[in-house]
Every structure is written in C-alpha cells, then in structure tokens.
Design a protein around this ligand. Structure first.
Ligand SMILES: [Ca+2]
Length: 477
C-alpha cells in the first residue's frame, strides 16, 4: 500500500502499521479523484498460469499483476460458456445457459458500463467484452470497438478465412472439409498485431493515452480472444515451449460412473486438424502447446497495456480486474473445452488490484463471477444497485482467510451445480425429478476421476448438497 497523508494517519492511528488495511471504499477515500477501472476479459482462459502454480506456462505479466493485488484461487463462473458468463459478470445477475445477450434479460438492471457511466465514468469497450459486439451498445460512452466486426449468428465467424483469423497461408490446406473452418491452431511468423489481440492491445493503449487528458474517470474494458479456439498465436510464443517437455493430462479416461449427460464439448471438432487424432499423444501435446502459446501471447498483450498504464502515471489510481470467462478441459478425461460442470470448466482465473488494498494477497475462499459487479461498486465507493445478486469480496482483499461464502452456484444446460469447500455436486432434472447426479470429493479426488454420487457412503452428503442446491444462493446470503 502506498502511504499518502490520509491513509498514513489512519494506519498509524490504528497502530497496525504493516498489517493494517484500509476500510471498505478505501480506493475512493485514499484517492484524490475516483479510481479508474481497467477491466480485462480473457476468453476461455483457465487458471493455466504461473501464479496458479503452473510453472510450465509462461505468464509473467499476469503473475506480476497478481503480486500487485489479490489472486482469487477459487473463483467460479456462473455459466461455463462465453456469452452467458459475460452477461452474468456485466449485469451481476445469475444467468441461464441460453442467456447470450444482456438485452434479453427480463429484469430491471443496469450493466456495469451503464452503472459507471451514470456515475460520471467514461466507458469504453475494446475487443470481446460482451459476447455480441452490439449487445447494450448504448451503455458505453463510445460505440464498442473490435478490430474485425464479427457478428455472431449471421455467418460462421470461423469459416476460413472470412474474418482473417488465420495468418499463415498453409492453414488454407488444413481446413475442416465439413464445416469449412480453418485449423484449430496456427503459428504464423507475424508480429503481435497481425492477430486481433495485438490490435486490441494497441487500441487500448491509444485509449489510455486519450483518457489521461480527460477529467472524468474511465471504465476501460478490453477483451482478448485467445486462448479461445482457434489457438492461433505468433510463432515466437510457440517458441517459448519445447513440445517434448509438455506434460499431457494424467487422466485421459472418462471418470468412473460419469453420468451420460456430462460430456466433452464438441466445439474443437468444428475446426481442421482434429478428428480421430484427438486421442493421440501427438494431439494432446500439440493442443497443450498451442493453448500455452496463446496464453503467453495474451499475457504479453496484457503486459503492454499495464506498462502503458504505468508509463502514463495512471496505475496508482486505477483498479485492475482480470478474469477468464470460464474454465477449459485441456485433455483431462480426453475432454476438450467447456460446456459441462466439471471443475476444469467452472474454475476460472480472477485477479483484482485496487489502490489501498493488500498486495501479494491470495485467498482460497469461494467467490463467483456475479460477485465482481458489487465489488467494483464498493471499490469505487459507489452504492451497490439492488439488482446485483452477488456479494462484494472487498473484505477478502484485506483479510483473505476470514469466513466466507460456504458455496457458489453454476448452471449449465439441463443441470445445476454447487461448489463447496470440499465438494462439487451437479444435479440434472427431468421435470421435478432428479435424473442424474454427479459428486466429486475434491479432498481425495481433485482430478475428478470418480463420481461418487451413487456411493452409499455419500448418501448423506448428496442429500445435504441437494438441499443446498434447492435453496440456492439466496439460502446462504
Ligand atoms: Ca469464453
């Protein structure tokens, strides 16, 4: 914490120098003007990062960011798919798996940009923030910007090479003959801004320079597409890894007793270079290499944006939030992608840095993405609107070990899941009747290799978790 006169006096007055932490709303109180917000979304980023203990992945910039603030080691998305997950973050409302656009929510609400705009902020959207570019476009101060105006739903955005997603000419020979999409990965020897995410970083840096001269605080959102498929990244990021040294998932088998409706995503099959080879060692190593290259590529773009924030002297009065919109199965169980309620699909990275809060802070407490909305309100010293369904986790940014939410909730097509400190439990229903159950004990089976829901010893636990699921988030608030 950087001491200015005001918080220095508070700190000394409390007699807790070193361990002391400012009160709620500190970001606004400690600062001469309202804090800015840099809101970084990363598509399909699971916690495959150095700061999460994955030393094999090179993510120096996100790791550094985590050291400046709080790393939420157990953050859960509310829906394991892009659009609905983003709607839940940006509205603070728990969404269903079919809620791809915030404008379709039949609730009286304000999105995060609309809320901050109303409170005097200049709100900008660069890259993939809402899933659909023009979703709630009037909520921003400027029209949402993307390097390529992909309109989902009108024509297939991954059709080779409708939007210039592939930069290597060789990719034209590796398309999927059925879908006409390009290959699932590519390593073109091109500069960062040949691909979209480099352009998003450039635009965001230009905006920061512009914001520096504005009198209003800013809410600047930048959304990076990688490591979403296709795993396309400049060759130099692939070169950071040696294919032979990449470890494959150790559980390349379907979990025991897994309910039939829990399946792998088929998304990757829509691209070229997939098919039956997906189960081979060669593919497992190649796909992980490609994913890691994309993580390092995006990490470098994030590094550039944060460096610019520092160079412009804006970092000290800016709240930075970084989140991946959901998790990803990267070959575990021979599953590829999101679209289920396994831990790998629900667990996502979350880092928040705010002026006047603790640095190098890590918490194991359970938080969920609907909590981001009220947290940002509180950090900015603004009232939390009544529609917000999450709980501000600002207290964890000061005291990471305090007692917290006992459970977080996620939804997917046909099922609902609840994660507690120890368990992850999912229920599928037909009408009012439970058709399938899935229970993993993370204390003894963190890799989720055995579903124990039908185990007689687990009967009491299943009943308890089923009641918790029925009561839902309101029952624990
Ligand atoms: Ca996504």
């Amino acid at each position: 914490m950087k001491l200015n006169r005001r918080n220095f006096l508070t700190t000394v007055g409390l007699g807790l120098l070193g361990a002391s932490l400012p009160a709620i709303g500190a970001a606004r109180k400690a600062a001469p003007k309202p804090p800015n917000i840099l809101f970084i979304a990363v598509d399909d980023l699971r916690p495959q990062l150095g700061c999460f203990g994955h030393a094999e992945t090179r993510s120096p910039n996100i790791d550094k960011l985590a050291s400046r603030g709080t790393l939420f080691q157990r953050a859960y998305c509310n829906v394991p798919v892009c659009g609905p997950s983003r709607v839940s973050v940006l509205t603070g409302i728990r969404t269903n798996a079919n809620q791809w656009e915030s404008k379709n929510l039949k609730t009286d609400y304000a999105t995060l940009p609309a809320f901050f705009k109303k409170h005097g902020y200049h709100a900008i959207s660069n890259g993939k923030v809402f899933h659909v570019m023009n979703d709630s476009k009037e909520d921003w101060s400027e029209l949402p910007w993307r390097p390529v105006e992909i309109y989902y739903g009108k024509k297939d955005w991954a059709n080779y090479n409708a939007y210039g997603l592939w930069q290597d000419d060789e990719s034209s020979g590796k398309t999927n003959p059925r879908s006409k999409r390009g290959p699932y990965c590519e390593a073109a020897d091109v500069p960062d801004n040949a691909y979209q995410d480099g352009k998003v970083a450039d635009k965001t840096i230009a905006d920061l320079q512009r914001m520096k001269t504005l009198n209003e605080p800013f809410f600047l959102a930048c959304g990076f597409w990688r490591p979403h498929l296709p795993f396309n990244a400049p060759k130099k990021y692939w070169d950071m890894y040696k294919r032979d040294e990449i470890k494959m998932a150790e559980n390349r088998f379907r979990p025991e007793n897994l309910p039939d409706p829990c399946r792998t995503s088929r998304e990757i099959d829509g691209y070229g270079l997939t098919g039956p080879r997906k189960e081979s060692d060669e593919f497992h190593k190649e796909a992980r290499h490609a994913y890691y290259a994309c993580v390092s590529y995006v990490d470098a773009q994030i590094g550039k944006v944060i460096q610019s924030l520092e160079d412009l002297g804006l970092a000290e009065n800016t709240i930075i939030v970084l989140w991946g919109d959901h998790g990803w199965n990267l070959g575990e169980h021979n599953f590829w992608g999101k679209h289920n309620t396994l831990n790998n699909a629900l667990h996502a990275p979350l880092v928040v840095c705010a002026p006047g809060t603790r640095k190098n802070n890590r918490t194991n407490r359970l938080v969920e993405f609907v909590d981001i909305y009220p947290t940002l309100c509180e950090l900015a010293g603004l009232p939390v609107p009544r529609h917000a369904q999450g709980k501000s986790f600002v207290p964890l940014m000061n005291d990471p070990k305090q007692t917290w939410k006992p459970a977080v909730f996620s939804k997917w097509s046909g099922c609902q899941a609840v994660k507690t400190d120890r368990y992850l439990y999912t229920e599928w229903k037909k009408g009012n009747k439970v058709s399938h159950r899935m229970l993993f004990d993370h204390n003894v089976d963190p890799l989720e290799n055995v579903n124990i829901a039908e185990n007689p010893d687990a009967k009491e636990t299943v009943e308890k978790l089923s009641r918790l699921l029925q009561g839902g988030w309101k029952s624990i608030k």
